[in-house]
Ligand binder design. Sequence first.
Ligand code: ADP
Ligand code: MG
Length: 614
Amino acid sequence: MGEFFKVLKRFVPPYKKCLALNIIFNFLAAFLTLFSFAVIMPILEMLFEIREKGYHYMPLSGVKIGQLADVIVNNFYYITQQAIESWGPSWTLAILGLLLIVMTGLKTGATFLSSYFIIPLRSGIVRDIRNAVYDKIVSLPIGFFTSERKGDVMARMSGDVAEIENSIMSSLDMMFKNPVMIIVCLLMMIFISWQLTIFVLVLLPIAGMAMGRIGKSLKRKSLAGQQQWGRIMSNIEETLGGLRIIKAFNAERKVERRFHQETEVFYELSNRVARRQALAHPMSEFLGTITISIVLWFGGSLILLHSGGIDAPMFIYYMVIFYSIINPAKDLSKAMYSIQKGLASLERVDKILSARNPIADPRKPQPLPAECGEVRYENVTFGYDPDVPVVKNADIVIRPGETVALVGQSGSGKSTLADLLPRFYDVNGGSIKVGGVDIRDLRVHDLRSLMGNVNQEAILFNDSFYNNITFGVKHATKEQVIEAAKVANAHEFIMASEDGYDTNIGDRGCKLSGGQRQRISIARAILKNPPILILDEATSALDSESEHLVQQALDRLMKDRTTLVIAHRLSTIRNATQICVMHEGKIVERGTHDELIALNGFYTKLVEMQKVNS
Ligand code: ADP
Ligand code: MG
């Protein structure tokens, strides 16, 4: 339970006011419950005709605290007696009934208001958790999300947060209402007969302990269930991404079988969790009835023996109160189960929230250098697994406005080398400097504001042309956007579309051709107007016709900018100031096109290979 209060301490502060109102109305509801039931006593008194008539009015002034209750009860009886005398017992019953109705109306009103105020807290905390997870996802480095992690993160975002909502948050109401009810009623019970109440208090924890057992194992089981759910989600994600291949290889049955195995495991786990949970209610009902029977026996004996200072109507009132805390106590124990289950999910969500971000701003960030067009890789070594370097001792200098091209076989480490520049990953050895400053001494935000990216796959969002082009730019005028689109050879096809710049491009730009997508992402880079450009195989996914338009746009974009270009087609980088040939993570040759051809080494081989292919 300690964990539960830690959760509250973390998430409740913004909702303090709601919580305070909730607690106030809970107390009000509890007191009204006591008094509404108190009306029953004189009714019973009349029906059973136990006492002889003869109450006298006792003034309240000068009464000792200890006798206050007796005096109030006496006066209440007196008033009832007067009423019977003047209106007859039937009318008096009706009036008492009416009083009960009014009191109960007030009580249920207070109960409603207490729920009313806890609801925004409940849904608010869930919203806050969702936002926190999303913000964390956006801030974590790219390297954090391997493909199996993606499914897992999705599962935590959907399944676990929903679980927190269903179990912890829906129990919050009870966690605040029921203890208040129980305490207020218990105080009243002690007041009526402490002997009987001590007996009850000994009995209840025994029943409670039996219930606690089940809660513990429930948490363990449900943790396993959520993990399995994560596996299912990543399976679905992978399937959606690879549907084309699955069909081409006739592997439908195979992936189906694999998926069904996963869901089978989930089925088993869910059954176990649900059965444990289903056990809670019958168990508590059974234990509750046993408890009541024992109390009936003990209390009845006290009355029959005339000890314990309690008479029959009092005892019935006592039982009514006792009964009215049995339900809250049961709900409370159910809420405890739920919370155990939800805490398991919260633990998983917390794993994301507390994930450390290794790519953080430096403690004392340096300002951006005035002249930041120069990029310098010095003896850079990097591996996704630090023991397996993918880039080894790379040295590259790109002077302002120059273009350096990286070429080499697929898998030789070109993209990795380029990803180090915007700090998508941090180098393991050596350093990268921009304008003479180590990029780790700059604010990440400042560093990335210097760069424009165009990749093989244009990454677009489900939004209009206009918003996709202005994605990274805060204040852009319509004219600037159109100008950028024109330079990128995109203006014409944008204008030809239905709503011009306001046309929605579909999910990830699926309504556009590859070349069009690429030209939009070039327009985006042009609008951002960064001094440094990173082009990673920007034209390699295109057919030669659209390649021409894209290449033209790229040439305009690269003009006067420091550019690191990775090219698949060697013809596109002939004019680069320097070409670096990579092989297995090392830069093995460098020079201009003609110098490299003269070397007759790796580069020449690459060129010849392309000649054969085309
Ligand atoms: P290129 O762009 O030259 O084709 P990459 O830089 O993409 O090559 O990859 C270089 C090597 O790093 C390859 O062996 C590849 O398997 C590995 N690699 C690439 N990305 C990752 C990643 N996210 N995690 C682990 N290994 C990776
Ligand atoms: Mg690559």
